[in-house]
Write a protein that binds this ligand. Structure first.
Ligand code: ZN
Length: 143
């Protein structure tokens, strides 16, 4: 922060619905809009999914790659693989995916813009859909 900079916090919550069990939803537009709306020039943007069976990732929005990402998640965390959580709830694979991939990503904000690579779109990763209400919290912190 600058010597005289006053830290500000901007908070935005998105509500999304998912249509299938596994799905990537591109939220780049909404995240960049939140950074613009925040009026914050320099700081951090936190993107957080407050869910135990979903995750946040950054990568290229290319149809084949999206299928590859979903396939790799399914291969890394297969369903019906004898997970103990499946005894009480049928979604251990989704919990494992969320735990290992992570439900939060942080990007720098510089000169009023989110700093990301050209092929780094931001996605909510659904692993236990369909769900009528998935939330994504975007918090921009800076000056
Ligand atoms: Zn569960």
């Amino acid at each position: 922060m600058g010597v005289n900079g006053k830290v500000r916090v901007y908070f935005k919550e998105l509500t999304l619905s998912t249509k299938t069990q596994y799905e990537l939803i591109d939220i780049t537009y909404e995240v960049e809009k939140a950074v613009r709306d925040s009026g914050i020039s320099n700081g951090l943007c936190i993107i957080h999914a407050p869910h135990a069976t979903a995750a946040i990732i950054a990568n290229e929005n290319e149809a084949g790659l999206i299928q590859d990402i979903i396939r790799s998640i399914k291969e890394l965390y297969p369903r019906n693989a004898g997970w103990k959580h499946d005894i009480i709830d049928d979604n251990a694979a989704a919990h494992l995916g969320s735990a290992m991939i992570g439900s939060t990503r942080i990007f720098p904000v510089k000169d009023g813009r989110l700093v990301r690579g050209t092929w780094q779109n931001i996605f909510l990763v659904e692993m236990d859909g369909p769900r009528p209400y998935r939330r994504v919290v975007i918090e921009v912190i800076g000056e």
